[in-house]
Ligand binder design. Sequence first.
Ligand code: ASP
Length: 581
Amino acid sequence: MKTTLRTHTCGELNASNINQKVTLCGWIQKIRNLGGMTFIDLRDRYGITQLAFNAETNPELCKQIEPFGREWVIQVTGTVAERYSKNKNIPTGDIEILAKSINVLNESITPPFTIEDESDGGDEIRMKYRYLDLRRNPVKNNLLFRHKLSIAIRNYMNNIGFVEIETPMLVSSTPEGARDFVVPSRLSHGEFYALPQSPQTFKQLLMVAGFDRYFQIVKCFRDEDLRADRQPEFTQIDCEMSFVSQEDILQTFEGLIKYIFKETKGMDIGTIERITWHDAMKYYGSDKPDARFGMRFVELNDVLQHRDFKVFNEAELVVGIVAKGCAHYSRKQIDSLTEFVKRPQVGATGLVHIQCQEGGNYKSSVDKFYNQEDLAAVAKKCGAEEGDLILIMAGPRLKTQKQLCELRLEMGRQLGLRKAGEYKLLWVVDFPLLEWDEETQRYYAMHHPFTAPKPEHEAMLETHPGEVNANAYDLVINGTEVGGGSIRIHDKNLQKRMFKALGFSEEEAQKQFGFLMNAFQYGAPPHGGLAFGFDRMCSVLSDADSIRDFIAFPKNNAARDMMLNAPTPISDAQLKELGLK
Ligand code: ASP
């Protein structure tokens, strides 16, 4: 990495360079003055090199460096020498530079937090000075990992004939999906562009245009309330293919995912298992199951609804999980699980437990209603053995499944079954096409309005819309949805029927999506695709909780950029120009 200002980087020199004259540039990480000797750790993107200054042989230099402080940028020339006390932890640990001359390239005021792997700075301050945070190894390495991943993906996609095509950032707003970010138009007062939530319709138009295999690593924008793993702007690996079935798409992208795991982690993930949406809900209570561990749901209506226990008898679903080896849980431990499910975030009213004790004895919180024989039947149905704890919840089907899902994940966490470094990938397939919303009393597209019903279900679109399944699929890694897509509608009339099922009038559909339906009149090929969340993929592959760590300049939980302090008010003159005042 030789330039006019340096001969080497701070991560490059080792014993093979001893006696060479070199010039390095970098930031001062640390200064240690030991009296006779002063040492400076010089840091750049590539590593750290130790500079040594001898007070006896080089008093002027020692005088020159006296005022230096952390994060000053210096250029140093000297000779590479073998180090007396070697540092085995870094690649440059065998050598040091005996400095001959130093040039200060820039001074630095004291940084607001330490630029160390473990910084003393809190989240907000590190976001405000993100350029300093990015000097720290863990954050820097995340961005380097992101880069490596994007290059691997581009290479792979290019090799299998995918073309990267950019789509516009100023598009029109549509009420479906999440909330749009909008941009006022100066030239057409009262009118707005929207920033794209995804390039969905554009990639379909590229299929109509004949591009056949498209991808793009692309920014998307969604004005949603933020959670830990959401950002208002995020990046997708967006893909679309023509003349394909669902199987072609799953195979193609299974190839990509395998390649990514091999390239970035050296791991062979084998074949990605598939599970239907219906089974995912039935056995895990979630459309994105963490399948690193079993603890599958067992439906218990038939073995628990024959006694006088109203809570179970009136429930649509009675369902349990088995926590292996947890029969010994104390009253306190079980109370705390009950408390967990009663938290507003989970929202359950209670939790029933059965302890399968030694000698075939059962102890339960519903002993009053069920005898030993009843409890043995439950244990048998659950596959529970001596020493196991059965946890049971009851209520409306979907709600109870979601609540038990939370408990299952919590038990998995408590029992150390959600192991970092272990990866369980799943294709969740056969999603329902539509989802009924009680509040607005209408159907919404579970994926998006361009997803095709399964051909054999097409006829039910008008008669039994809730029962129509789609060729839609998600990729789930360790309980996180990393991507999803579908086979699309490519027929104008079917698209019209879909909009009708979603409660659009013909005029509304024409106004918002006329461009797409028009395009479908000019020979639209059968097509389908998917998009992966790129930030999320980075975080999942790194066993990290938040996508924020993999974004160079992220927003905080209030969707603010702490460094720019954006969003900001704009001037009256700007508002007038935009017709907003
Ligand atoms: N555009 C979709 C999304 O953003 C993905 C796809 O269907 O390809 O979720």
